[in-house]
Design a protein around this ligand. Structure first.
Ligand SMILES: Cc1cc2nc3c(=O)[nH]c(=O)nc-3n(C[C@H](O)[C@H](O)[C@H](O)COP(=O)(O)OP(=O)(O)OC[C@H]3O[C@@H](n4cnc5c(N)ncnc54)[C@H](O)[C@@H]3O)c2cc1C
Length: 462
């Protein structure tokens, strides 16, 4: 049957661009439909870090023995096996080959840019030169001169199927582009309050504290389009929330080591310098909010640092206390009452912490003493509320198999429908694997979806 294109890709972020290129390299004609006026989506705004095991750049950095098996074991253990093993396994297996492919296209990764990006002791985060924007430009550049057309300012609204329920077109308003297969890569839904409420209640709960750092086009359009075909949705209430005191809308990912973090009873519950990949989840377990406690000496000494320029700085803290956003009191007992904590618990917590400061060791949570641990002794005392509320990306999405085919609720495959990137929900668990754990799979599954879609279309014509 004559069709406009073999494959239509919906959305041109890292996943969509890798998909378009993957499909084209596998011999398909491709149309990419993009809602924005340019390619890139959240991928363009992103650090573009790529989480992968067994790469040439790791080896150049002296990490000689990392493997897909080790990455899989860590990924599954961290997430208590509450993710789809077959999809995670495919990501782990393809992370290094796809990374090398991206590097071969011209994205530069230096050995000094390899780092421990999550709670693993193995460095698997790979920082690209030029961040996510450069990755997008390199992928887009390679699409030029190939059998790939782009249309911009075109928001796709639906999918068209034939009598057998297979994809045969993609709709934007009244226009339909006919095709043999479609790839959904519209990104996440961080900019859509209604979908946050439905699929990511942790983020919605943070209410007016919460804000999304990505593209305004992250509306979760693919979810509605695929759900109309009975597609399954996986990974309820998953994504990455960064912790913030909510003073302003500045993106800062870590807390300074001089803060003492307590729960609503006034008890410490975690290392304040925990990686951002787990900190939000730790606070969520305490009811979704916590308090950062410090004293006047710490406040006065707080200078802009590599960790914080917008929040944990002396004059900002004084202003926030004056305006009532930070509780201030002359005694710890009074401070506890102001934040609704138990005075005895807070006093005991701080006494134990101060004793640890004197010994130069965090005997309970092992915070690095060189992170700036200091006793809380000089009044007035302060408590700033913290919430995991900055939405970085969303992890609920379409359920796929390990070939990126979109699954219905009854486990059957929607013929000709593929998904990749933040649109997919089968990969992320309650804990973020580490920096690069979203961008990496976008490129891995984007390329794979393109290749699989091209093979599928060839099978239709064979
Ligand atoms: C500031 C920032 C920093 C980050 N840093 C990192 C990092 O270092 N490492 C990491 O792993 N992750 C990081 N992330 C997350 C990661 O970048 C994203 O998860 C990833 O880039 C998403 O890629 P994507 O291709 O799925 O979606 P996107 O890049 O958002 O692309 C989706 C595209 O689809 C388009 N679109 C949406 N709806 C439609 C429609 N109906 N029709 C047509 N087009 C549509 C959008 O306009 C967009 O261009 C970061 C995110 C942000 C915002």
């Amino acid at each position: 049957m004559a069709r406009d294109y073999d494959v239509v890709v919906v959305g041109a972020g890292a996943a969509g661009l890798a998909a378009a290129l993957g499909a084209s390299l596998a011999g398909a004609s491709v149309l990419v439909m993009e809602a924005d006026k340019q390619v890139g989506g959240s991928s363009r705004l992103s650090g573009g870090h790529f989480y992968a095991a067994g790469t040439s750049v790791q080896k150049a950095a002296g990490i000689l023995n990392d493997t897909a098996d080790d990455m899989f074991e860590h990924y599954m253990t961290l997430n208590q096996w509450l993710v789809e093993p077959s999809v995670v396994r495919r990501y782990c297996d393809l992370s290094a080959p796809t990374f090398e492919w991206l590097k071969g296209l011209g994205v530069e990764f230096k050995p000094e840019g390899v780092y421990c990006s999550g709670v693993s002791s193995v460095a698997r985060g790979h920082r690209p030169e030029g961040a996510g924007e450069r990755v997008v430009e390199v992928l887009y550049g390679h699409c030029e001169g190939r059998n790939i057309d782009f249309v911009f300012n075109t928001r796709v609204t639906g999918l068209v199927t034939d009598d057998e329920g297979r994809i045969c077109g993609v709709r934007a308003g009244d226009d339909v582009a006919t095709c043999g297969a479609a790839i959904l890569s519209t990104g996440g839904f961080g900019a859509n309050k209604e979908l946050l409420g439905r699929h990511y209640p942790q983020a919605a709960k943070a209410d007016n504290w919460s804000w999304y750092i990505g593209t305004p086009y992250a509306q979760g359009d693919a979810l509605a389009m695929a759900k109309a075909l009975d597609a399954d949705i996986a990974g309820h209430d998953r994504g990455l929330l960064l912790v913030t005191p909510g003073f302003s809308r500045d993106l800062e990912v870590l807390l300074p080591g001089w803060l003492v973090m307590v729960n609503s009873s006034g008890r410490r519950f975690a290392n304040e310098s925990s990686p951002y990949t787990v900190l939000g989840g730790l606070i969520e377990k305490e009811g979704g909010h916590a308090f950062a406690v410090f004293d006047e000496a710490a406040r006065a000494a707080a200078k802009p640092s590599a960790i914080s320029r917008a929040y944990w700085v002396n004059d900002v803290l004084a202003k926030q206390a004056d305006e009532g956003r930070i509780a201030r009191a002359d005694s710890l007992a009074e401070l506890a009452k102001k934040i609704g904590a138990d005075p005895k618990v807070l006093e005991g917590t701080i006494a134990r912490y101060n004793a640890d400061c004197e010994q130069g060791v965090d005997s309970v949570y092992f915070k690095d003493p060189t992170a700036g641990m200091r006793p809380v002794i000089s009044p007035p005392f302060y408590a700033a509320e913290l919430r995991p509320a900055i939405i970085c990306w969303t992890g609920t999405g379409l359920r796929i198999d390990s070939d990126t085919r979109v699954l219905r609720r009854d486990e059957s495959i929607i013929g000709g429908l593929y998904a990749a990137g933040e649109t997919v929900g089968s990969l992320h668990g309650d804990r973020y694997i580490g920096g690069g754990g979203s961008y990496g799979p976008c490129v891995v599954f984007g390329k794979l979806a393109g290749e699989q879609a091209a093979i599928f279309v060839q099978s239709l014509t064979a």
